[in-house]
Design a protein. Structure first.
Lengths: 188, 109
């Protein structure tokens, strides 16, 4: 077995927010009928989390489930648990129209930490990040400059961002520029 | 900046989060179609100054295709609706009629 490493191997940058690549994270894309009882049961059995509402995400321990589209969920899990997770879902959903795929190695995860986390995200994404509009428990699929991405808040001062692994360096450089000391805007 | 509400995820997506898919409600002509009908399908498009129907995809978002009704002159958006339809739904037509009485587009009015 090869030695799996994340795209930027934990690199971090201390700006007016702290940007850290999060290392390997397990991710399973699950497509299917989100209203089906079989799928709902399979997802909550695996993750301990109920299928979230539109644009929502929920977490429990190392697991999380995010609504990605009307027929797609993203299940977050420990990196080493993704293959077994796919197998478990595939067994539970056998006979039903679905797709479960381990996409862990196709992705990179960043953590953005600091009081101005909303501002730094707002510099790079066409999203209303004011407190009234973007809240804890929401997951937003959008773009970070020119790279497709998704992010959510872990708490008031911490966000996690997912992007494609091939774009990890580009996304990291963007966050570095956006978080540079002296580049504060102070909008939120 | 054009902002369209995606009918699938409800997000007010600005143009930079969307991919334009051209004119909506085109009937595909295929095997067995007359040359004239195929030419019409392949090349001829509405080019209105005013009410227009288009396809858009929430590309940097939930990924779904949807329809939008808007004004090409003012950029006013009358509404967006799901892709699984051959024609604009009644509430969209009513919203257009309220703003542009007597409008017509292709075979719709
Ligand atoms: Zn959408």
């Amino acid at each position: 077995m090869s030695n799996a490493v994340s795209a930027l191997q934990g690199v971090s940058y201390d700006g007016y927010v702290k940007v850290t690549e999060q290392g390997l994270r397990g991710m399973i894309t699950l497509r299917g009928d989100l209203a089906s009882a079989k799928l709902k049961t399979a997802v909550s059995k695996l993750s301990g989390v109920k299928v979230p509402a539109v644009n929502a995400c929920a977490f429990k321990g190392a697991y999380g489930v995010a609504w990605m589209s009307p027929d797609e969920l993203l299940i977050l899990c420990p990196y080493d648990a993704a293959e077994a997770g796919v197998a478990q879902l595939s067994k539970a959903l056998k006979g039903q129209h679905f797709l479960a795929a381990n996409v862990s190695d196709a992705r990179a995860v960043f953590q953005i930490e600091g009081a101005q986390v909303r501002e730094v995200l707002a510099k790079l994404a066409p999203v209303d990040l004011s407190e009234g509009a973007f809240q804890l428990g929401q997951l937003r699929r959008t773009r970070i400059a020119q790279a497709p991405a998704a992010f959510w808040l872990k708490d008031a001062g911490t966000a996690e961002v997912i992007c494609f692994r091939s774009q990890a360096d580009y996304v990291f450089e963007l966050f570095k520029r956006a978080a540079m000391p002296g580049a504060e805007v102070g909008v939120f | 900046m054009l902002i369209l509400t995606c009918p699938y995820c409800g997000i007010d997506a600005d143009e930079t989060e969307l991919a334009a898919g051209g004119q909506a409600h085109i009937k595909r002509e295929t095997v067995g179609a007359s040359d004239d009908a195929f030419e019409e399908y392949m090349f001829m498009r509405e080019n209105p100054k005013g009410v227009h129907f288009e396809r858009w995809r929430h590309a940097n978002g939930c990924g779904k295709w949807f329809h939008a009704a808007r004004c090409t002159m003012t950029l006013e958006v009358f509404g967006t609706y799901e892709a699984q339809t051959y024609e604009p739904p009644a509430e969209i037509r009513a919203a257009i009629s309220a703003k542009r009485p007597g409008w017509s587009w292709g075979s719709f009015s």
